[in-house]
Each structure stands twice: as C-alpha cells, then as structure tokens.
Design a protein around this ligand. Sequence first.
Ligand SMILES: [Zn+2]
Length: 134
Amino acid sequence: MKVRDNQRSRVYRSEHLAWSVYDQETMIPLTLNNCQKLTDRLVPNICVMDGRGRRKAWAGYVGCRRVIKLPKWARTKFTVCHEASHWITGIGLGHNNNFAATLLDLIRRIVGPLEAEILKQSYKECRVRFRRHK
Ligand SMILES: [Zn+2]
C-alpha cells in the first residue's frame, strides 16, 4: 500500500528555515564513519552508505540490508537524525506527524534543546503537524 506523504514539502521547508537560524557549528559536516557511529546510537543495524550522486539523503532497503545513503552535503547530525527518524517511525510512511515528533526528540537529544526549539517554531510556521497519535 502506498501512503500519501502529504506533509513532506512542509517538513523540508521547516528544516531549511531552522537550518538558516542554526549556528555554523551545528551544520558542520561529519565523516561517513561518524555518521555511522551516530546512527548506531539512534537505531540498530543500519548501514550508512556513500550517497554521492544522489540529490537527497535516503533511507530504505538495499536487498535485505537496512540502509541510509548520504550525499556529502547531508552528512550532518541533523540529516542523520532525519533519516534515523524514518527507520524509527516506519519506512514508507513518509513525513507524518509521528515522524516530525520523533525528529524533534532526536534533535533535542543529539543536537540540543535550543536547536529543537528552533525546529519546533519552524514546524509551527510551516504548519507541520508534530503531535503523536495516541
Ligand atoms: Zn525524509
């Protein structure tokens, strides 16, 4: 079954808005190896792969392997948290409210409370739904 990912563009817009406010240190690129180490802390058994040649970062299956592919620009704590959130909330379910809530939690834990607050305000400004379904 294909799920409509009707919040995707709003999530992307809110992320770009947050990134424009974050200090430079937050957006410093990590090595692929450090992206793997961070991923291991967030979600088990994911293989982080070189995503050069791709426009966007990606999370999904390659054969039976659980994979995150990261182009060079995407090797930041933030984008690792974004792709890990896809694995946590369900590959194929897109950028729904559970996804947005999970990403906010990971940003708070991994990047910091200030950055999480900035993302939360950006969600509101871009009308991203981020309350979990009970
Ligand atoms: Zn995504």
